[in-house]
Design a protein. Sequence first.
Length: 180
Amino acid sequence: MATGQEAIDLLRSIDTTLKALLTLMRANAPKEAAPDSDLDAPYGDPTIRAKDPRDWTQESMLGRAFSQCPPEYLDLLAKRYDFFADRAEAEGTLASNGKPVAPYNRRDARLARGWSRRLRAGWTPRDNGTAQMPHVDEVFGQRSASAFPSDDEDPIPFAFFVGLLLHGAVIFRLVSSVLS
């Protein structure tokens, strides 16, 4: 019959072995990519907030969304997120909210792999109708750098205000008819 200390030592040994096996399995298992439903979710296209991976030698992607990056960059990014997740898990790093950091890094790695896969398959952003809309300078002419007239330029045409007033009158009429 084992003493209490021997049982605790045996449990610690089992725990260490299981952690080593889990690390080995993760290293050899194919990495999971996020499904399209995750990529299309509200937080499925995060912005790059950290410096580029050290092996990336082309233009910086800092500030771009995952969907705007080349697949090769996203592959490097996924490897980096996996590395940080493994390190955070080994060190027991916690976020400011007290939760472990590793799951967040693993999620970002899956998203990077998902976007890489999607972009390699030929995905292009959907046009929501804004691509054909004219730019403000095309509508009002290039008056100034800010697209608004300065004090020394022509004032805003009177017809502009008439159009606003007419539009407001129509909306007021609709709202008043609904309320009465």
